[in-house]
Write a protein that binds this ligand. Structure first.
Ligand SMILES: Cc1ncc(COP(=O)(O)O)c(C=O)c1O
Length: 372
């Protein structure tokens, strides 16, 4: 591709995919490995598709070192589908039908609201006035009768990320890892269920990965839609109904790419370097750029910031976004609920992309000396 046309995509999801994955998919689009058909046209009941889905699962197991007593399923319905899937499958674990929710941003708040349809929801800490930090776990008020404890490892809208796994003893820990999945190693054995939509770090939209400990299967409420029933999907190797075949294929290619690029550990190192580059500019900008998130809880994946002041100067922010687009840097607009700017730096976002953004931020600041 001509260098002038290089577009740096900082979208929060669906997000950038590795270029080599796109080229591979392009090469195989019309004729998959000499079969004369596309994966888009392939029956999910064929041995060829079985190979695609098995290879993706094995690669995921290897990358995350998933213990043998955990099942992996690939579902439709997105992360939001799992906001219902989690209570529908797990609330029946205990008679009290309560669940503990740690609400640190928009996505865990939505998950807790959805769970209220099926469960008594206990918010483990008082509602936060702004989503800019993670309350100390020592202050959490956990309910011993809760069927599970739920949190979101990375809040995509607010840029708040856990840099630790909460210690909940023997309780069932559930985590939404949609926006930092495979961006760092994870000790899967600490969790009951992990889920993640693929469209940020591991593929395109359409497929959601669910990793579930096998002793948690078989507790679904009778009202649970069958396609969300973990036990049914496990027993059918994610093929109870037609799965999102092409999205699974793309995810397989991305997982392979992660493996060939050093795995979860390398992704973590890379994410730290990329995000630090942007946070350093923010912190050294004399208040021109402001990130509202407490340093300890800043996300390596989604860097939100305002320009001009903590509340943001909307005219200045618009100018920043317009100029960024002129320079082929896209999707930097903050989520509509919070405004400002958000740079999403998922696995496929290159160092070159981030360096380009960093240079742009510095030059934009120089163009507006009065504000600093
Ligand atoms: C952390 C997190 N959880 C859940 C979701 C919802 O995912 P979906 O849109 O696939 O339902 C998102 C979407 O951006 C997200 O960022």
């Amino acid at each position: 591709m001509d260098a002038k046309k290089h577009v740096a995509n900082f979208g929060a999801g669906p997000a950038k995919l590795p270029r080599s994955v796109l080229l591979e998919a392009q090469k195989e689009l019309v004729d998959y490995k000499g079969l004369g058909i596309s994966v888009l046209e392939m029956s999910h009941r064929t041995s060829d598709f079985s190979k695609i889905i098995k290879t993706a699962e094995n690669c995921l197991r290897e990358l995350l070192n998933i213990p043998g007593n955990y099942k992996v399923i690939f579902l439709q319905g997105g992360g939001s589908g799992q906001f219902s899937g989690i209570p529908l499958n797990l609330i029946g674990l205990k008679e009290a039908r309560c669940a503990d929710y740690v609400v640190t941003g928009a996505w865990s708040a939505k998950a807790a609201k959805e769970a209220e349809k099926y469960a008594k929801v206990n918010l483990v800490h008082p509602k936060l006035s702004s989503y800019t930090k993670i309350p100390d776990p020592s202050t959490w008020n956990l309910n011993p009768d809760a069927s599970y404890i739920y949190y979101c490892a990375n809040e995509t809208v607010h840029g708040v990320e856990f840099d630790f796994v909460p210690d909940v003893g023997k309780a069932v820990l559930v985590c939404d890892m949609s926006s930092n999945f495979l961006s760092r190693p994870v000790d899967v054995s600490k969790f009951g269920v992990i889920f993640a939509g693929a469209q940020k770090n591991v593929g395109c939209a359409g497929v959601t990965v669910v990793i579930v400990r096998e002793d948690l299967l078989g507790f679904a409420l009778k009202e649970c839609p069958i396609v969300l029933d973990y036990k049914v999907q496990v027993e059918n190797s994610s093929l109870y109904n037609t799965p999102p075949c092409y999205s699974i294929y793309i995810m397989g290619l991305v997982l392979e790419w992660i493996k060939n690029n050093g795995g979860a550990m390398a992704m973590d190192k890379f994410s730290q370097i990329k995000s630090q580059m942007i946070y350093d500019i923010i912190d050294k900008s004399n208040g021109f750029y402001v990130c509202p998130v407490e340093k300890k809880s800043r996300s390596r994946m989604n860097v939100p910031f305002r320009i001009g002041s903590i509340k943001g100067d909307e005219a200045l922010e618009k100018e920043f976004l317009d100029k960024a687009v002129e320079n082929n840097m896209i999707s930097l607009k903050g989520h509509r609920s919070v405004g400002g700017i958000r740079a999403s730096l998922y696995n496929a976002v290159t160092m070159e992309d981030v360096e380009k953004l960093a240079m742009f931020m510095k030059s934009f600041m120089k163009m507006h000396p009065k504000q600093t």
